[in-house]
Design a protein around this ligand. Sequence first.
Ligand code: EPU
Length: 417
Amino acid sequence: IKGGTPLRGEVQVSGAKNAAVAIIPATILAGGPCLLENIPDISDVYTLYDMLSLMGATVRVVSRTSVFIDTSNITSHKVPEDLARQLRASYYFLGALLGRCNEANVPLPGGCDFGVRPIDQHIKGFEALGANVNIGHGSVSISTDGLLGSHIYFDVVSVGATINVMLAVVKAKGLTVLENVAKEPHIVDLANFLNSMGADVRGAGTEVIKIRGVSEMHGCTYSIIPDQIEAGTYMVAAAATGGDVVIDNVIPKHLESISNKLEDCGVTVIEGDESVRIISEGGRPRACRVKTSPHPGFPTDMQPQFATLLTICDGNSTVVEDVWDNRFKYIDQLRRMGANIMVNGDTALITGVETLTSAPVEADDLRAGAAMVIAGLIAKGETSIGNIKLIDRGYENIVEKLTAVGADISRVTFDED
Ligand code: EPU
C-alpha cells in the first residue's frame, strides 16, 4: 500500500461473514434444497462448502454471491478435522447435526487467537436439552435419544453459544426459552433463515429467545444481511484518510455504535436508506473513548480498526476491550508504524500522532489485518502486509474495493526466499 491519499467514491458492502458462517451449516436442518443469496465471496465460506460436500451434501456455486445447497443426502455426522481447524464457525455443525441427526462429532474449532476461547456455554445448552457431551482426543462428540425443550440461562453473552443452541433446538420437542442471549444482527438473520425453513423462533434481537420445536423443516431461498464489520471497516478507512466515501448496501441501524463513535471524533456521518456517507475533510479527527461490548454496544470486531484511526487523532484516547482477554496483539505492529500506544490490562492508551510511517507489518488475525490495511492507507510511503490470507477469510475483494475509491494498493506474491 502506498498511503497518504484520501479515499473518495463509493464502496459496495458484501453479505455478512458471521451470518453466512452460521446459515451455511444451518442448511443441514432443511434436509432439502436451499438457495442462499448475498453470500460473501470469502475463503471461510468456501471452507464450509468443502465440509458440507465431504459430509455428502450437494453444493453448487450458482454465482459469485449465491449458492445452492441440498443437504437431503448427508451421510456423515462427522466434520473433517483439517477443515474444522481453519475456522471457529465449524462448531456450528455441532448444533446443526445434533438438531437433525441426534448425533455430531466435530473437532475442537480453530479461528482467530484472542487467548482462551471456551465453549462451556455451548455445552451447558446442549446438556440442558438432554444431550450427552464428550470432549476428548481434540473433538467434541454429542449424542441424544431426542432433545427436549428447556429453559436455559447463559452465564455469559455468547454469539456462538446462542447460535449453536438455536440450531440444536429448532426440531426438539416442546418449548425452549433462552435467556441472556447475544443480540447481534446475525442472530436475527439466523432466526429469520430458520423461520423461512419452517422453524418457530421468536424474540431474536432481544434478551430472550423462545423456540417451539417443529417436526418438519424444508428448504428455502434466503438473502443474507450486509456485513456490519466490513461496512464499519470502510467507514473507519474513509475517516482515517480524511476522505469522503459512500458505503452502500448497508443497514444503517446496524452501524449506529460505529457511526456514533466516528461522530465523537468529529467525523460527519450521513445516513441514507441503505448507505452511510463518511466525510472527514476538516483536519485531524478528535481523540475519544471506546469500550467494546456485545450488540448493541461497540463491536469488538471493530476494535483494531478503530484503534488505528485513534493513533492519528488529536489528543489522548482510550480503548477498553471488554469481550476478549487478549485482543491487543496487533498493537506491536502499529507501534512499528510510529503509533504511540500503552497497553494496561484490558485498556489501550493512545496518544495521537500527526501521521503513521510506513513499515513491513503482519496480519496477526482477520480484523488485525484490516487494521494494518487502514494503517497502510494512512502512512505515506510503502507499507507491506504479510499473511494476508487471514484478511481474505473475511473481506471480499478488499484490494479491488479500495482501489475503486482511490487507494494505491495491490496484492503481490513473493517467493519464499
Ligand atoms: N465465552 C465463554 N464461554 C463460551 C463462549 C464464549 O466464556 O462458551 C466468552 C468468550 O471467551 C468471550 C465472550 O464469551 O470472552 C464472547 O464470545 P462469543 O462466544 O460471543 O464469540 P464467538 O461466538 O466465538 C463471534 C464472532 C467473533 C466475534 C465474537 C464476539 C463468529 C464466527 N465469530 O465469536 O468474530 O469477535 O462473536 O462478537 O461469529 C471476527 O469476525 O473477526 C470474529 C472474531
